[in-house]
Structure formats: C-alpha cells, structure tokens
Design a protein around this ligand. Sequence first.
Ligand SMILES: CCC(=O)SCCNC(=O)CCNC(=O)[C@H](O)C(C)(C)COP(=O)(O)OP(=O)(O)OC[C@H]1O[C@@H](n2cnc3c(N)ncnc32)[C@H](O)[C@@H]1OP(=O)(O)O
Length: 307
Amino acid sequence: MVLCLLNRQLMRSTSCCALMVRLQRQSRGCIHSSIHGFHHDEIREKLQAFPGGSVDLLKQDSGIAVLTVNNPARMNAFSGSMMVDLEDRVSQLESWTEGKGLIVQGAAGTFCSGSDLNAVRAISNPEDGMKMCMFMQDALTRLLRLPLISVALVEGRALGGGAELTTACDFRLMTSGSVIQFVHKHMGLVPGWGGAARLVRIVGSQNALKLLGGALKVDSELGLDIGLADGALEAVQGADSPRQQAENWLSRYTEGSVPVIRAVKKVVLAGRELPLSEALKTEKEVFGTVWGAPANLQALASKSKHK
Ligand SMILES: CCC(=O)SCCNC(=O)CCNC(=O)[C@H](O)C(C)(C)COP(=O)(O)OP(=O)(O)OC[C@H]1O[C@@H](n2cnc3c(N)ncnc32)[C@H](O)[C@@H]1OP(=O)(O)O
C-alpha cells in the first residue's frame, strides 16, 4: 500500500517534472517533445559521439553577435558535437537581452557543406536520422525565432544542410562567386532540418520546387532574382571584409533602441508564423511593451519630423 502511494507520488512528481521541462522547452520555441519520440538528452549524447569542429559565438557591444560554423578541414560540415554546440549557442543568444542582430557565417571563407558525411554514414538508419533531423529542426527553429534580426553571410559554398542553415536567418547576403545549393536530391534525400518549409516561405513553392527538384546552383544573381538573397557583396580590393560589409548592411536595420528592434523582429515573426488573429494578438502585446516606453517618450519629446 505504502509502496503504491510512493509510486503514485513519484509518478506525479515525475510527470510534473516532465511537464515543466516541456513547458520550458516550449517557451524557448522548441517544436518537438517526447510525444514525438524526441528525447532531447539522449539525442545530444548520441550526437556528442561524433566530434570535430565547433560553433563559436561572439557577442559584441554593438548588439550584433557573430555565430561562426567552424570546421574548415571539412568545409565547415556539421559534426555531431557541432550540432550540440549550435543548440548551446542558440540558448546563449536566447538569454542575451542586449542583442539586436546576428550574423551567421562559416570559417575560412566558406559557409557550410551540410552535415558531416562521416557522421551521416555512421547513423544512416532511419531511426537515428529522424532523431538528428528533429534535433536540428528544433535548434534552427529556435535560431530563426530569436528576437534578433539575423543574416547569413554566404561566402563560398552553402550545400545541403548548409543551404538549410541559410534559411534559418531572416536575410541572406551572398559574396561574389558564392553558391547556395540544396544538393539533397543528389544524396537521395530531401531537406530535413526545416529547410524546405522555410524555403517555400522565402521564395514561394514554384521556386522551391525548382531549387530542390533540380538541385540548382544559386549564385548571387539568381538568388537576388528569386528573393533568396537580399544583397550581393562585391569583392573590391581595399574595401571592407565581407564580415564588415555584412555588419554595415545589417546595422541599417538594427540601429535604434534595443527593445524597439527586438519588438520589430517579434511582430514580423508573429506575422510570418501565426494565423492572422493570433498574430494580431501578439502584435498588440508587443505594442504594449514599447508604447510609452523610454524610446517612445524620447521621440515624442523631440518633436521629430520624418522628412
Ligand atoms: C542535411 C543533409 C546534408 O547536409 S548531406 C551533405 C551534403 N553535402 C555534401 O554532400 C558536400 C560534399 N562535399 C563536396 O561536394 C565538396 O567537398 C565541396 C564542399 C564542394 C568542396 O569541394 P573542394 O573545394 O574540391 O574540397 P574537397 O572536396 O577536397 O573538400 C575538402 C575536405 O572537406 C571534406 N568535406 C567536404 N564536405 C564534407 C562533408 N559534408 N562532410 C565531411 N567532409 C567533407 C572533404 O572530404 C575533404 O576532406 P579531405 O581533405 O579529403 O580529408
């Protein structure tokens, strides 16, 4: 009898803990839970077994952070431990309250060649593939949902999962000679890190079908033409580095008070992801955080004209 009661109490507190974890994950924007067979800690442990490279984060006083996919010996392919790193860096950005913008780049002049094919070969069974897919969907969805205006700085190649990573940013800038290519078809795959769903929203279903179905190489010209790229960066001798050019480009949109810029991202995100009635509700709530706040009062006091 006592054992039975203890068991029941334990079950209640365990399910309470599980609920807390689920709620915490949901509040961080997680999309998969154990209901979907997503056992987060188990997957993290499994991914850690495939080490190599890193994902590095630099938070700057300007409010613009730089996230670098760093595995140059493999053209910045994502090892398992880098997937875990990515999630950790996203968690750090979620709690960075002074942030306004984010640049996502690859190390050593190239963006990212997707998942590390050595790790892919080792986990080529469907069950492990699905787990990795859910983990990356989660991390990249949280990346896109950060209250920061983000831009992927594409130099060199963005292939496979690397192409998917570019779609987890609000904007994409392409340097001359760079290529974004969803090579999945050639690998007997389709995107699984959420790249197809996001691509359709960025370029429309017709273009997405062409890019995925043809595994087309998108250079900056085609990228600008179909709306995948938001800007092309020219390599001019003596000019700023691509990273500095990306910072200059982004600062147009991140200039201003921190709460206002974060509010801008939140209302656009709501409009992009939610049905209209819910987006309007979110917009009202976000509006309430800036109305009468310091930046608003300061602007009212200065009697500014918008010429
Ligand atoms: C989510 C689904 C996915 O992402 S599936 C993975 C999709 N990605 C790929 O298939 C990329 C395959 N790689 C390539 O096509 C070429 O390596 C690219 C990136 C075009 C670069 O070519 P190239 O400039 O000639 O360099 P290289 O081939 O000699 O590569 C340098 C070293 O990097 C390695 N590398 C490259 N990509 C990966 C990868 N995804 N996983 C693991 N290793 C990769 C190459 O094997 C090469 O290594 P090594 O010098 O031979 O030891």
